[in-house]
Design a protein around this ligand. Structure first.
Ligand code: ADP
Ligand code: MG
Length: 323
């Protein structure tokens, strides 16, 4: 049951306003048991893409194929796609157990069999002690686990998550990431996880698709995205720190990661020094360097930034494409 999106286009025409190409020709292929993370800034088309896969949004062009079957014109209810939203949509008047089991009951599951299955998936997600609570008595993270349990109990053909960790506390986020990966392993179906957080994207994805203005700029493993960004936007967007991008001769932009910059005695003035854990972020003109505390110069000191030629990334200044 793989997932394929081919040439997906969707344009919104707000009355009186300009047309917005929310999806401007998107191609994606997600294998069985693969977790693809789609990352991009707000407004880049991530939700539109998920909604089109789920059948909640029509496409102006292109197609969606699930398990070899073209479902482009198939209504949402007949696609067997589960989706978790930023705010878990739970029935407030039903218990957690009823919220998890309601779909199975609607599909004709017997009460006791459904309850046993509810207990099972709730245990997997560590929420078995919350089954009698109402959704209003849960934290944001607990509500998202209920939403995930609802996906797990159903075992759909495709699973879509639209920024599910946005309302989860920062300290719980690491654990929540691990839980999503566990749900994914258990389901073994194509999963698409959307986020605007590049750290989350690199940490979670088997592959990561970087979206920008309705297009996928690059889709690669986290290690390859980091080592060989295909465009300046990807170089800027991904990594613990944005890449330094310096205009050079002949219409070339040279990129170098702050981690790869070394500082020697020279003529440029250190503008600022920030503490970043055990390391320091040193700003020299337009350049950012990440160095060990022991190698950190004083603000106002005179330095020269250096790096190995092998650590340089080169981009076309006009197109932004990697050379
Ligand atoms: P993201 O999820 O990456 O933040 P969206 O897919 O929600 O982005 O939106 C992509 C673009 O399409 C945005 O410019 C947004 O304003 C526009 N858009 C989304 N939904 C609608 C709609 N129903 N009507 C008009 N414009 C929309
Ligand atoms: Mg969105």
């Amino acid at each position: 049951m793989s997932l394929l999106v081919e040439g997906a286009r969707r344009t919104y025409r707000a009355r009186g306003g300009p047309a917005v190409a929310a999806l401007d020709g998107v191609d994606l292929a997600v294998d069985d048991g693969e977790l693809l993370v789609v990352v991009g800034p707000s407004g880049s088309g991530k939700s539109t893409l998920l909604r089109a896969i789920a059948g909640l949004e029509r496409l102006d062009g292109g197609r969606v194929v699930i398990g070899g079957r073209d479902v482009t014109g198939v209504p949402s209810a007949r696609r067997d796609v589960a989706m978790v939203f930023q705010e878990a949509a739970l029935f407030p008047h039903l218990s957690v157990a009823a919220n998890i089991g309601i779909g199975e009951r609607a599909r004709g599951g017997r009460r006791r069999a459904v309850l046993a299955r509810v207990r099972e998936v709730a245990t997997t997600l560590g929420i078995d002690h919350l089954l009698h609570r109402a959704p209003g008595e849960l934290s944001g993270g607990e509500r998202q686990r209920v939403a995930l349990a609802r996906v797990l109990i159903r075992s759909p053909a495709v699973c879509l998550l639209d920024e599910p960790l946005a309302s989860v506390d920062a300290e719980l986020r690491l654990r929540a990431r691990a839980e999503i990966r566990a749900v994914h392993r258990e389901l073994g179906v194509p999963m698409v996880h959307v986020t605007h957080d590049h750290t989350e994207a690199l940490a979670m994805g088997d592959r990561v698709a970087v979206m920008h203005r309705g297009r996928v700029l690059q889709c690669d493993t986290p290690a390859d995205l980091f080592a060989r960004p295909a465009t300046v936007e990807v170089a800027r967007a991904l990594g613990p720190l944005p890449m330094n991008l310096l205009p050079a001769a002949d219409g070339v932009v040279v990129g170098v990661r702050p981690e790869r910059v070394r500082l020697r005695a020279g003529d440029d003035v250190v503008a600022s020094v920030e503490v970043a854990g055990e390391e320091r972020l040193v700003r020299v003109g337009a350049l950012l360097a990440r160095v060990t505390a022991a190698d950190t110069p004083e603000v106002g000191a005179r330095v020269r930034a250096e790096w190995c030629p092998a650590d340089e990334h080169r981009f076309d200044a006009v197109t932004g494409l990697r050379l």
